[in-house]
Write a protein that binds this ligand. Structure first.
Ligand code: SAM
Length: 482
């Protein structure tokens, strides 16, 4: 029998079933213990000392108590705190990205994914390098600078060599003023050697969703194929970090299994990475299972409504304040709006989840991985973000300046974010406005940039940012960064 040990490299020790069950029991017992809840909320509050902002975060036990509590006043306080943390660490910047589906060939049998091997109705497609070029040019022409590449698991059709060649193709495309400056990778769990290759190919974040932390549920949901190996999947982030990848992105596919169990598992996974590698996850994604070709989300028992979903987001924001949070176009405009306020720092925009979807005039559905709820164009999403008071950002500076892993965390903790991320957001937004925005968005965006420049605290940085923005606008210069 395994015992809970966040430092262990064995899945059953760091995602320990008994510890999760005990935590859920503890949370239930304390859900109305308002003195304890106040203490937890107090511990999680941002503190400023000597100009440096810091947040303690929460243990999985403390966070589980917050999630369990259903007192309306305490929930209001949680949301308020999540919003405060979001504002203090991420300001009003929202980073944008798009997924790029390379191939839907897959040998796994995942019950929630239409790419599963037994699905004979979905057309199988794998992009050639020329097709990737065409897709990336279409994405660059929208204004994207950051992609997440996605592929099914298939050692014959999508071997690591194919992924590496595709990454090189994408980074090499220079079309007009466009460039993809950061490629995040969402491919199946693999070996240390292959993670090392991805690291050498200069990927940004390696993203792998756990889908579910419940071993029994995991094994039922993944009956066949390499992904059916729970340990290999759950221990993947350790291998990725051993392969040199500093930035890893966790996620649970909400809607499959019981959300409280998943929430605790997710935070235990984050604590494990911190305990073993000295740095927690760079991002946490919060996908919810969606309708797709032969997939019906109501077939799963773990469905959650929008209220619980946004409460989960708020509780994650409070528990791991230094971890970015991502929401995709699986969610509607309305849910994304609520989630943004409570802690999301990155969103996708103008996404197509089909293989080869960006070069089609009409949104194709035949090879889609899931239905996209938010179907607006990137320009419409930018327009909406500005109206909501956010600064859309295409910044990729941190990873290109080597600020990954603990170095990124140090920037977060140093209180210098507003002298670094803020000008970077404004400079990359200026590029978007000059090269891609519709006339009305450009007018709105340039007004925002002018007023937000004044919010850069350091006078010298502010001056340099202004000069760079002039250069972008008047001299065709691009790609400045702090
Ligand atoms: N093949 C890789 C793997 O196994 O991890 C990753 C790529 S897959 C294209 C990306 C993610 O999409 C999966 O990890 C899963 O969480 C999510 N996904 C699959 N089916 C989905 C559905 N019906 N609705 C929403 N998300 C889904």
């Amino acid at each position: 029998m395994s015992t809970y040990d966040p430092k262990s490299l064995h899945a059953d020790d760091f995602i320990n079933h008994e510890e999760i069950m005990d935590t859920l029991e503890y949370a239930k017992k304390n859900k109305n213990n308002f003195a304890l809840i106040d203490e937890i909320l107090n511990k999680a509050k941002p503190v400023r000392s000597g100009g440096v902002l810091s947040c303690k975060g929460l243990t999985h036990r403390e966070a589980a108590v917050l999630l369990e509590c259903d007192d309306p006043e305490k929930i209001r306080q949680m949301i308020e705190l999540a919003e405060e943390i979001k504002q203090e660490f991420y300001g009003n910047r929202i980073v944008l990205f798009a997924p790029l589906y390379l191939s839907n060939y897959c040998v796994n049998g995942c019950l929630y994914c239409p790419y599963h091997l037994k699905n004979k109705t979905i057309p199988r497609k794998k992009l050639t390098q020329d097709e990737i070029r065409a897709e990336v040019i279409a994405l660059q022409d929208m204004g994207h600078k950051r992609l997440a590449i996605e592929a099914g698991e298939d050692p014959i059709n999508n071997p690591i060599e194919y992924i590496l060649e595709s990454i090189k193709t994408i980074y090499d495309i220079k079309h007009k003023n466009g460039a993809i400056r950061r490629i995040n990778v969402n491919i199946a769990a693999t070996s240390v050697e292959e993670y090392k290759m991805l690291h050498d190919a200069e990927i940004g974040t390696y993203i792998l969703f756990q889908e579910t932390y419940d071993r029994k549920g995991y094994e039922e949901l993944h009956p066949t194929g390499p992904k059916s190996n729970y340990e290999y999947h759950t221990e993947a982030m350790d291998r990725a970090m051993q392969g040199g990848i500093d930035d890893v992105g966790l996620g649970v596919l909400f809607g499959l299994e019981k959300y409280k169990y998943e929430f605790v598992g997710l935070l235990m996974h984050a604590e494990h990475l911190e305990a073993v590698h000295g740095v927690g996850p760079h991002t946490i994604s919060v996908p919810r299972v969606k309708k797709a070709d032969d997939i019906d989300p109501s077939a799963f028992e773990g469905g959650i409504d929008d209220e619980i979903f946004t409460k989960i987001i708020a509780c994650i924001r409070i528990a791991v304040p230094y971890t970015g949070m991502i929401i995709s176009t699986r969610e509607s405009e309305d849910v994304r709006k609520k989630a943004l306020a409570m802690g999301i720092s990155q969103i996708s925009g103008g996404s197509r989840t089909s293989v080869g979807g960006y070069t089609e005039d009409e949104r194709p559905h035949d090879t889609e991985q899931f239905d996209v709820s938010d179907q607006r164009s990137l320009d419409e999403v930018i327009d909406w973000l500005i109206d909501l008071g956010y600064i859309p950002s295409f910044c990729t500076a941190c990873y290109r300046e080597g600020r990954t892993g603990d170095r990124f965390m140090s920037l977060c903790k140093s209180g210098q974010i507003s002298n670094c991320c803020h000008p970077n957001a404004l400079m990359t937004l200026t590029e978007y406005m000059m090269d891609y925005a519709s006339p009305s968005v450009k007018e709105k965006g340039m007004a925002l940039i002018r007023s937000e420049l004044e919010n850069i605290p350091n006078v010298q940085v502010r001056g340099v940012a202004k000069l760079h923005i002039e250069e972008i606008m008047n001299n065709g210069k691009r790609d400045f960064r702090f």
